[in-house]
Design a protein around this ligand. Structure first.
Ligand SMILES: [Zn+2]
Length: 211
């Protein structure tokens, strides 16, 4: 599932995974897991992050590969946060070769709408986590108070969108000519987006399988 920050991608990926009873594989989660369980790749990733650098394509690809090889992912999976680059997308094509159609959904939301959404998004004043809509008033990771950071929020928003577009626009181009690629209008109420996602997966999935 592709989509810029603020498009509701995480929520939709979670709902999709629940609906089809598949594991939702988010790169943030598996990276954390690999580091904690000290797999060889997890140790490389930790050293990289400790040095203040971003984890490179090779390590990300290896960690995702390890995760997709696990038993619970055999029937399928929902990927959230991977691939982020064309190099990763090419590797993913090899990983899923012979495993059924790879349905690619791009949750699209106009930039000005994203900026408003992101600017009003709350974070935890204590640990900095992005607040989820269902969290209510307190951070569910550390119990801290949820706040908005009105002062620097527009700069952060513009920077995050810029980074996203620079990195992932080539990805959309990479996938756009496939029959299993669908653009979802993310500028709708979440439940309507969910219905569109379900419909897209059903049609794109069966078309891909027939190829
Ligand atoms: Zn917190």
């Amino acid at each position: 599932m592709l989509g810029p920050p603020g498009a509701g991608k995480g929520t939709q990926a979670e709902r999709l995974a629940r609906r089809f009873q598949l594991p939702k594989i988010s790169t943030g989660d598996i990276l954390r897991e690999a580091v904690q369980s000290r797999t060889p790749l997890g140790c490389v990733a930790k050293a990289t992050m400790d040095a203040g650098n971003l984890v490179g394509d090779d390590v990300m690809i290896g960690i995702v590969q390890e995760r997709l090889d696990r038993e619970d992912a055999r029937r399928g999976f929902v990927l959230d946060g991977f691939p982020r680059t064309v190099v990763q997308a090419t590797a993913l094509d090899l990983m899923v070769d012979g495993r059924g159609p790879l349905v690619v959904l791009d949750i699209a939301v106009p930039e000005d709408v994203l900026a408003i959404r992101l600017a009003s998004r709350r974070i935890c004043g204590q640990c900095g986590s992005d607040a989820r809509p269902e969290w209510g008033l307190a951070c569910q990771k550390c119990g801290g108070e949820l706040i908005t950071r009105a002062d620097d929020v527009y700069l952060i928003v513009r920077e995050r969108l810029k980074v996203y577009l620079r990195q992932t626009r080539p990805l959309v181009e990479y996938y756009s000519t496939r029959s299993t690629f669908r653009v979802i209008n993310g500028n709708q109420p979440p439940d309507v987006v969910t219905a569109d996602v379900d419909a897209a997966v059903s049609t794109a999935g069966s078309r891909g399988a027939a190829q």
